[in-house]
Design a protein around this ligand. Structure first.
Ligand code: CTP
Ligand code: MG
Length: 705
């Protein structure tokens, strides 16, 4: 792969950042915006206006209902201690529809332990997708996606400054051109993939600050500095005090520039006339502050050095942007080298395309597939016949019915599963004492069994050695003892050897007797402990029986519990099942939502196309029908003349005919008419058959003639 010797950029990098690359090679000049044609600016302005109309926050309803839903879920989990507040574009009035939903979770009293983990558990139960915890960030945050609305949500913890800075942005946004400028900058940054702090570019918030700063320094200024004449409002947060006060009064501006001129000015300013080395964007100052003064001079390598691998150090203050309340926070801290390169390239691209009179649509050409609403909601239906639309509608309605049925079934199943879960929990509660008794018994049984075993071994060990019963040993001992202690027949005296044998035998018997007694003792103890052991076993059995009885009762109430064990493991299984069911319900709801939307769209199209058809018919009607319908009834002019002469009331058609045939002057006896008119003027004027105003004026005009 060929690497540029001058810049160090690889072929791939040259293609990735073409404008910046050519600029670095000094192959292209900075365009001069003074020479942009008036026509191009007007065209841009009209493009922007059209776009602004289109990009309204289409998801504002979804945002609202999701906020409500999440708030109630959070209150259920953390109680009244929890506070949920919105911030970001859903409150600043600066949403381009594609943005996320930003929520702040805080607590009135103590923040619960492991709150993010608990929160993510709740979100999981609610069927949210892609849940990510970022607990170590400056502001801990949970990010996820709501599958129903497709909205990305950030819930940050105790993000107090964001609440206040959002209020201030809203205050700036009261100037409609500033609002539109911000929307266009965000739209451009989002489509060109440079508004994601998590991916190493700038946040939408940072882009908003850039637009506000530009609006403050353009001449005459479009917006004032809202932190200049204001009442201080100290807020202590994370051990630091911030002044979150700002001027929220309405403001006016002398600036009359068009949105297009403002947008061109914005790009011109930041692409070519902003010294990022020396200047910090600072809206709280109303103009830049110097990096030197702020001690925010660039540290570490340049983005180009990092991406070309010539320096691996850490970059700091690459595009310094000061947070308006937290003055130590540089919003460009999140920039990665590649992100910074992309931003520079996009600035260069924008100014070149603008100077060439390219359309805003081309300038904002998305760099990745985006799922947008088509410009025309019915674009795909225009070529379909009425029958095709009707049959598609039929299919969708059938599908919707199916989905609704499934939802109903799933909801019932979940309800049943929850009821079983409650029963099981109740059963567990009821048998809690029984289980603790059993634990107690088991804990006593274990040493008891060991002791019984030990005694059995002692007894059996002795009995194996001494097979003679104790009583027999005792009798034998008595016999030998008598032998040894009875008077000796001197004629028949035992020899010394025999006598010694008796003694030895006696001592042996004595030892046997001791052991036999020991065995008896062990046996007695064994018997006693066995009895105790049996009692414990019986008690154990009783607890099982009690549990069984409870379970039997539960099964009587709900046979679905047949085969279920009454233990915490079963409860967990039921809980898991309820969660899975909830997830399926959510999915089905989102399908239902989409189907209903599509059905609504097709129905609207049917209404529109049938109305168009009717209008067309009306515009090119069958001439005979129209003539027949509109033609006034035949009028006999002589009869009318007679009526008019006699002063009788006449209809509008008759009057029309009379006027077209010479009018009242054509009557034979005009004097007669005049006198009749004088006699009965009110009758003519108030006649219900004549439009009084029209009849009178026309009549008078005619009479004046
Ligand atoms: N915020 C902040 N500090 C940051 C980033 C964001 O205080 N470094 C706060 C600001 O209050 C901002 C809000 O988080 O208004 C939302 O940020 P972001 O989503 O970037 O801006 P939005 O205006 O909501 O943009 P989008 O419509 O793209 O969501
Ligand atoms: Mg946002």
């Amino acid at each position: 792969m060929s690497v540029c010797s001058k810049t160090g950029l690889s072929k791939q990098q040259q293609e990735r950042w073409p404008y910046l690359y050519r600029h670095l090679l000094e192959e292209i000049d900075i365009p001069d915006f003074n020479s942009v044609r008036e026509n191009d600016i007007e065209k841009l302005d009209s493009d922007l206006k059209k776009l602004i109309k289109r990009i309204g926050d289409a998801k504002s309803k979804s945002r609202e209902s999701l906020t409500k839903h999440l708030s109630s879920v959070i209150f259920r989990r953390f109680g009244k201690n929890a506070i949920v507040e919105s911030f970001g574009s859903s409150v600043t009035n600066l949403s381009i529809g594609t943005g996320d939903l930003d929520l702040c979770l805080s607590f009135k009293n103590k923040t619960p332990q492991k709150v993010l983990r608990k929160l993510s558990g709740v979100l999981q139960e609610e069927g949210m997708d892609d849940i990510q915890l970022i607990p170590k960030a400056r502001i801990p945050i949970v990010k996820f996606r709501d599958p129903r609305s497709g909205l990305d949500v950030d819930i940050s913890l105790d993000n107090r400054l964001a609440i206040y800075n959002s209020m201030m942005l809203k205050s700036y946004a009261q100037e409609e051109r500033l609002r539109r400028l911000v929307l266009m900058v965000k739209h451009w940054a989002s489509r060109r993939g440079i508004n994601n702090a998590f991916e190493g570019t700038l946040s939408s918030y940072a882009w908003t600050l850039l637009a506000i700063q530009y609006a403050q320094i353009v001449q005459p200024p479009l917006v004032p500095n809202r932190q200049e004449n204001y009442t201080k409002r100290p807020l202590t947060f994370h051990g630091k005090t911030f002044d979150v006060g700002f001027d929220d009064e309405p403001y006016s501006t002398d600036n009359t520039m068009s949105l297009a001129s403002l947008l061109i000015g914005f790009f011109d300013r930041y692409a070519t006339r902003w010294d990022w080395e020396a200047m910090v964007v600072s809206i709280r100052n109303g103009a830049h502050v110097s990096t030197k003064e702020k001690k925010w001079e660039h540290v570490g390598p340049l983005p180009l050095e990092v991406v070309t691998g010539s320096d691996e150090g850490r970059m700091q203050h690459v595009m310094p942007i000061e947070d308006p309340f937290d003055h130590d926070h540089d919003l460009s801290r999140v920039l990665r080298a590649e992100g910074a390169m992309s931003i520079q390239d996009e600035f260069m691209r924008a100014i070149h395309m603008l100077s060439e009179g390219k359309s805003w649509q081309d300038i904002c050409e998305p760099i990745f597939d985006i799922n947008e609403e088509p410009e025309d909601l019915f674009h795909d239906l225009r070529k379909s016949s009425a029958d095709e639309v009707a049959s598609r509608l039929e299919e969708l309605r059938t599908e919707l019915e199916g989905v609704e049925k499934q939802i109903q079934e799933l909801v019932e199943e979940r309800q049943n599963s929850k009821e079983l879960l409650e029963l099981l929990r109740g059963g567990l509660q009821e048998t809690r004492n029984v289980r603790s008794d059993r634990q107690q018994i088991l804990s006593e049984l274990r040493p008891l069994s060991l002791k019984v075993q030990e005694l059995r071994e002692v007894r059996d060990g002795i009995n194996q050695r001494i097979a003679i019963p104790t009583k027999r040993i005792h009798q034998e001992m008595v016999r030998i003892f008598e032998k040894l202690t009875s008077e000796v027949d001197i004629f028949n005296a035992p020899t010394l050897g025999v006598e010694r044998g008796y003694f030895a035998y006696f001592f042996e018997l004595q030892a046997m007797y001791q052991a036999s007694l020991q065995s008896n003792e062990a046996h007695q103890e064994f018997i006693r402990l066995r009895r105790e052991q049996n009692q414990e076993y019986r008690a154990l059995k009783k607890t099982r029986k009690q549990e069984e009885d409870v379970l039997v009762k539960l099964i009587e109430n709900n046979p679905a519990l047949e085969g279920v064990h009454l233990n915490p493991k079963s409860v967990k299984e039921f809980q898991k099942n309820a969660k899975l069911l909830q997830r399926s319900i959510n999915q089905q709801y989102s399908t239902k939502h989409e189907l209903r939307r599509e059905i609504g769209r097709l129905e609207a199209w049917q209404r529109i196309s049938s109305k168009n058809k009717r209008n067309q018919q009306r515009r090119s009607p069958n001439p005979t029908t129209r003539r027949n319908r509109r033609r006034p009834p035949e009028v006999n002019i002589n009869e009318v003349r007679q009526k008019a002469s006699s002063g009788d009331s006449i209809s509008l058609n008759e009057l029309d005919a009379l006027l077209s045939k010479g009018g009242i002057a054509s009557l034979n006896n005009s004097e007669q008419i005049k006198s009749k008119q004088k006699q009965r003027p009110s009758k003519k004027r108030t006649s219900g058959r004549i439009d009084i105003r029209q009849g009178r004026t026309r009549g008078r005009k005619q009479m004046r003639k």
